[in-house]
Structure formats: C-alpha cells, structure tokens
Design a protein around this ligand. Sequence first.
Ligand code: ZN
Length: 192
Amino acid sequence: MPNIFLQECDGCGMQFELEYLKNGSYNYVNSSVDCGCESSFSPIEGAPSISEWLVKNGEETINTMPDKDPDYNIPYIHLNTSTKEYAELKKYFIEGMNLVVAHRPLGSYSFAPIPYSENLGNGCYYAVGPIAKYGEDWLKLKAQIIKPITNEEIILVLKEKLKTDGIEWEYALKEVEGDIEQIAEAYKAPYV
Ligand SMILES: [Zn+2]
C-alpha cells in the first residue's frame, strides 16, 4: 500500500506530496514546499485522507484519533476545523512546529507564545514550537497539543469505533435519528 499522496492547498491549489505515517501523523516529502497561504489542504481527488488511509490499512481505532503524542506522551486536544477557534488558530499550524495550550504561560518553554485567550479545555496560554526541543518541558507543564480534525475524519473514526464495538454505522445512525453529534459525544469526538 503506497503511503505518499498528493495534496492540494485549499487556498492556491498548489500540489505537494505528504507521506502518511501509521501513528496518524505525516511528513512533507519535500520540506521546502510552502506556498505561504497558511490555508488548509486536502488530498487530490481519488487520494485517501490520512484517516481513510489508516482505516484501510487496518490500523487500530486508537490510531485514527490518537489521544497523545507517541514519542512525548503529551495529550492531544482535537480541534474541529469547522470551529471559530480553529479559524483563529490555523495560522499557527506551522510545519515542523506544534501548537500547544496550557494553564500556565509557556513563554520560555516555546518558540513563541500565541496571543489568544479562548479556553479549549486546558487553559488559555498558547504557544508554538518544535516538540523535539520543548516536548519534555511541555509534558511537565501539563500542556496539550492541539490537533486539527475535520468532521469527515471524525465520521471515519466513529465508524471504526462502532465497528470495534460490534455496532453497524447505519444502525447507530437510526438509533439517534441521524444526529451524528450524539454518536460523537459517546466517543468524545468533537463533531460539530
Ligand atoms: Zn497555497
């Protein structure tokens, strides 16, 4: 199964390659690629999203929405890309950097603090920096890494979780009269 797929910038349409990793993260194949849009991107038509790819590759449910960083054990906060919080923060999702949030200022424990005061559930102090440099401090300071997730990805995760619990997606959908949010709530997924 190939794990490199062409992506398209939602802003300018520029295409670039991403390598999907089995822990749910990805690498840029050509690290110099940057169109400067700070926009989101999507797989080109016909290519799987990373969630779809993980599901097709038979990975465990946990890998479709991992709850922490596999190397540094720092918990994730999954932030739905349809929220106004994501709209505010998306410019800080910078290649090679992680966006984190904590209950205390992270100034000296980050590349740069971020001026944003919304509390996503783990304080209002945001910072960005490379995990390789600040990961250990972030763990001690109980920071959490913010991971964007789309509704489409959440649905794939939910289907996979239901399957693990022996429940058909169609059956579950009928039970909640089509209200996906109820299913998402049961699995603590931030569907909006
Ligand atoms: Zn672009």
